[in-house]
Design a protein around this ligand. Structure first.
Ligand SMILES: [Zn+2]
Length: 475
């Protein structure tokens, strides 16, 4: 509606003043956009119009070119007046792409509709949209294969299937036209650079296609359920109970074995929770009689659900209590997220030393306890670890005892919680906010002597997120 108004307004100005046409970009009128699938040319008009009209929330970038030199347009949508969330935490990051296959127009349109929903919702002041954009960055590349789109073909101009060209078990399935090597094509190469350099922290990646009406989670390569099956099954069950009956399956079983896909790369290499979203099977028409926003309304509802709940698509550990006794730490941890985690541990840093992110890694090698032994890359400060890590199941609480041995633990030092966001090996580590000193309490044992071997220190600690929602305990 706003774009019609802009066109009418421009006409009025022209007729009254005879001034040359305004140079501001104007997107397609809604009546056209709703019934004709985007070409590269009309997409270029629309994304530039958004960037011109809504600079407060839309950044438009060119993140590469197709093999024939067409721009890969990236929309970055968020409330850019706020660098971080109102609560001081980093914003969640959602990555969406469309149009790997140039003839799968409805999938490409779904990526467009997601962008439009949040941009127009913001312009209309819809509270749900304002809340999402205050807390979330949406990165949306609507049309990856613009050359193939113009030719209305699955392949890119080199006759490569872009969704078999990713560097995850590339060319290891019976497949067609995966390219000469992984990331041999400029489109997939650009997409991988964006994932690795701009959105490595994303907690959701959706790639849009058209085919069978289905949502596919990893793996395409293997029939087995992925390590983070609890999270994918939770999403499946929640969508089915409340939003849509769209089938949601492991890609290998739901479709057929496929390798080198952006979905398996997104999960297996980047560690993102990833879905291939396949809209229904119309591939050969240039437009639709039913308005796109109505035709894809249910799919858009599913997308909004995934985006609004992105905070949950990883593990979110909260320390409920932490008690030190004779070198052993009795730890109670709750997981507020919907993904399990492995490789969790506590790091204890001596008084006066400062822990920094990136100083730790899980050691390759034999599992130890419920996780892996930790090694520390940075030996410039004094620290202690319990040797073994632990795991926490999705939505559960875990009580564990970690043996710090002879480590000189005192109330002057500081504990940090470290864990992987998801179970899959490639998922990122979270180095938590330190266990907050202001809520640490210490209680001497019966003897009251310091430092006696039998001294009992009791720390009761709460992670920042839980401070306001839980009562303090002093035992
Ligand atoms: Zn496809």
């Amino acid at each position: 509606m706003r774009r019609w108004a802009a066109i009418i307004l421009a006409s009025v100005i022209l007729s009254v003043s005879a001034v040359p046409a305004a140079t501001a970009q104007v997107g397609q009128p809604d009546i056209v956009q709703e019934h004709w699938y985007h070409s590269y040319a009309t997409l270029t008009l629309d994304v530039n119009a958004w960037a011109d009209d809504y600079p407060d929330i839309v950044n438009l970038l060119v993140v590469g070119q197709t093999e024939m030199g067409r721009n890969l347009w990236m929309l970055q949508i968020s409330d850019w007046s706020q660098e971080i969330k109102p609560d001081g935490a980093a914003k969640e990051v959602v990555y969406i792409d469309g149009g790997h296959h140039g003839n799968e127009h409805l999938g490409t349109e779904l990526a467009f509709l997601v962008a439009e929903y949040y941009i127009e919702g913001w312009a209309d002041g819809e509270q749900e949209v304002l809340d999402v954009l205050a807390a979330t960055e949406l990165h949306i590349l609507i049309m990856l294969n613009a050359d193939g789109n113009d030719f209305d073909t699955r392949w890119n101009v080199n006759q490569v299937d872009l969704n078999r060209n990713y560097d995850h078990y590339w060319n290891t399935c019976p497949t067609t036209q995966p390219g000469s090597s992984a990331f041999s094509e400029s489109e997939t190469h650009a997409n991988s650079i964006y994932m690795n350099e701009i959105v490595p922290h994303a907690d959701l990646y959706i790639t849009m296609h058209t085919g069978v009406w289905i949502m596919l989670y990893p793996w395409g390569k293997w029939p087995e359920q992925p390590s983070d099956w609890e999270m994918f099954h939770f999403i499946r069950d929640d969508v089915h109970a409340n939003i849509s009956d769209i089938p949601i399956q492991n890609a290998n079983q739901g479709l057929y074995p496929n390798c080198g896909t952006s979905r398996d790369y997104g999960y297996g290499v980047m560690g993102y929770p990833t879905f291939t979203f396949e809209t229904d099977d119309e591939q050969w028409l240039l437009g639709t009689v039913e308005a796109l926003s109505e035709r894809l309304g249910e799919e858009l509802d599913v997308m909004n659900y995934l985006i609004e709940n992105v905070w949950y698509w990883r593990a979110r550990l909260v320390v409920d209590s932490l008690e030190v006794e004779d070198g052993k730490v009795h730890l109670s941890v709750s997981n507020l997220g919907r993904a399990s985690t492995s490789n969790a541990t506590l790091i204890y840093v001596d008084e006066g030393d400062v822990w920094a992110p990136g100083d730790y890694r899980a050691m390759d090698g034999e599992p130890c306890g419920d996780g892996y032994p930790y090694t520390i890359d940075n030996s410039d400060f004094n620290f202690s670890t319990p040797g073994c890590g632990f795991g926490v199941n999705a939505t559960n609480s875990t009580v564990t005892t970690l043996d710090f041995g002879d480590a000189p633990i005192s109330s002057e030092g500081q504990f940090y919680l470290v864990y992987q966001k998801r179970v899959v090996d490639s998922s990122m580590f979270v180095w938590s906010e330190s266990v907050n000193e202001s809520v640490v309490e210490m209680k001497a044992g019966d003897s009251g002597l310091l430092p006696a071997p039998s001294m009992l220190l009791v720390f009761v600690a709460f992670a920042l997120a839980a401070i306001n929602s839980r009562n303090r305990k002093f035992e």
